[in-house]
Design a protein around this ligand. Structure first.
Ligand SMILES: [Zn+2]
Length: 155
């Protein structure tokens, strides 16, 4: 058996105030379990995205998350959960005034290979995006794959 306390797990760099990889800390092999805290304006992901092979579930513990989906925006409040099948486009944000606390579960655990679209001011539209290490420090940047512009910085 493995056991972990959320407060002991270091947060990963992301568009959320905190993203704690509980599943990884537990050594989970088939399932990803991430604990998120989103301040107003934060997002779960780096852009509107889909995972080709991974299904992803979100369970909101506090606050209200707004998910952009292929069927429009869906608000998900405390005590509610949503599932995105492999291949479904989605992005959850905190558009409220309270903090959002939520769990994200993904299976299989490997979330690499996602298609990500992010608004590029240079291109004037959402374009394919890659996440890369920043040149300096430990942060991450999002890079437009059409014009190489950096569209976001995260530390
Ligand atoms: Zn661009």
């Amino acid at each position: 058996m493995e056991r972990v306390n959320t407060g002991d797990v270091d947060s990963w760099t992301s568009p959320a105030a905190a993203k704690r990889p509980l599943g990884r800390a537990l050594g989970a092999e088939e399932l990803a379990l991430n604990h998120y805290e989103l301040e107003p304006g934060d997002a779960f992901g780096f852009g509107y995205h889909r995972h080709p092979d991974q299904e992803e579930l979100f369970y909101v513990l506090e606050g209200e998350a707004t998910f952009e989906t292929e069927d429009g925006d869906v608000t998900v409040g405390a005590g509610e959960a949503v599932r995105f099948a492999p291949g479904e486009w989605q992005l959850g944000r905190n558009e409220g005034e309270e903090r959002v606390v939520a769990l994200a579960l993904g299976a299989p655990a490997d979330a690499s290979g996602a298609d990500i679209r992010r608004e590029c001011p240079e291109c004037g539209e959402r374009t394919p995006t890659e996440i890369e290490r920043a040149d300096e420090g430990s942060g991450l940047v999002t890079v437009c794959q059409e014009c190489d512009a950096v569209t976001g910085q995260f530390s």
